[in-house]
Design a protein around this ligand. Structure first.
Ligand code: ADP
Ligand code: 5GP
Length: 196
């Protein structure tokens, strides 16, 4: 008698775990543009809103792009264990509020974080099941053009961000998937497919 199919071991696939996806890539590559494009068509996709000590750019609103906080408030978030990960990037601190992410995952909803390389590495350590997606520029020159062309940073800050970009580009192989941001439409579609 075969025991292979006994005790109700019917071929029911295991329940799919809600997915945590991290999107990283050098400053100016187009992460925000791609995510905004995807969420315009799919507003149901939930994106974590980070806390930052960076000053808002024109048009940025507190609680929408970021929670804008001062150094003291950021220190408190760290001290109270309220951040899932955090990093200093080009002179400012950025962190992911932990509870909102855990609530979404608990509710079975996919979660998207748009964070830097240092944050992606922390998430890989604490949540090894997370999916890490790297957004790469079509070329170095195009990255410089986009970052400069955005016109939101001083030349000094652009230099700091380009120095960070060299480190981030060298870490591409640490990620599960690379998407090259040639076409915003194409990348937004590919990212949406990865989230589901
Ligand atoms: P990040 O969020 O990665 O720092 P942004 O989304 O702010 O980058 O994009 C930087 C600049 O590059 C913006 O001016 C944006 O309009 C432009 N950009 C983004 N994606 C593309 C693309 N595929 N082709 C051309 N320009 C792009
Ligand atoms: P920006 O100042 O251009 O909005 O963001 C600068 C960098 O910080 C980007 O690479 C962005 O992905 C990253 N970033 C934004 N929020 C977070 C966060 O919560 N944690 C980490 N580690 N990086 C973040």
């Amino acid at each position: 008698m075969s025991t292979a199919v006994s005790r109700g071991t019917s071929p029911v696939p295991p329940a799919r775990q809600p997915r945590l996806t991290v999107l990283s890539g050098p400053s100016g590559v187009g992460k925000s543009t791609v995510v905004a494009h995807m969420r315009k068509a799919h507003p149901e996709v939930w994106l974590s809103v980070s806390a930052t000590t960076r000053k808002p750019r024109p048009g940025e609103q507190d609680g929408v792009q970021y929670f804008f906080v001062d150094d003291e408030e950021f220190d408190k978030l760290i001290a109270n264990g309220e951040l899932l990960e955090w990093a200093e990037f080009a002179g400012n601190r950025y962190g992911t509020p932990r509870q909102a992410v855990l609530d979404r995952l608990e509710a079975g909803e996919p979660v998207l974080l748009e964070i830097d390389l240092q944050g992606a590495r922390q998430v890989r350590e604490t949540m090894p099941e997370a999916q890490l997606v790297f957004l790469a520029p079509p070329s170095w020159d195009e990255l410089v053009r986009r970052l400069t062309g955005r016109g939101t940073e001083s030349p000094e800050v652009i230099e700091r961000r380009l120095a960070a970009a060299k480190v981030e580009l060298a870490a591409e192989s640490e990620f599960d998937v690379t998407l090259v941001n040639t076409s915003v439409e194409d990348v937004a579609r590919e990212l949406l497919a990865l989230l589901r």
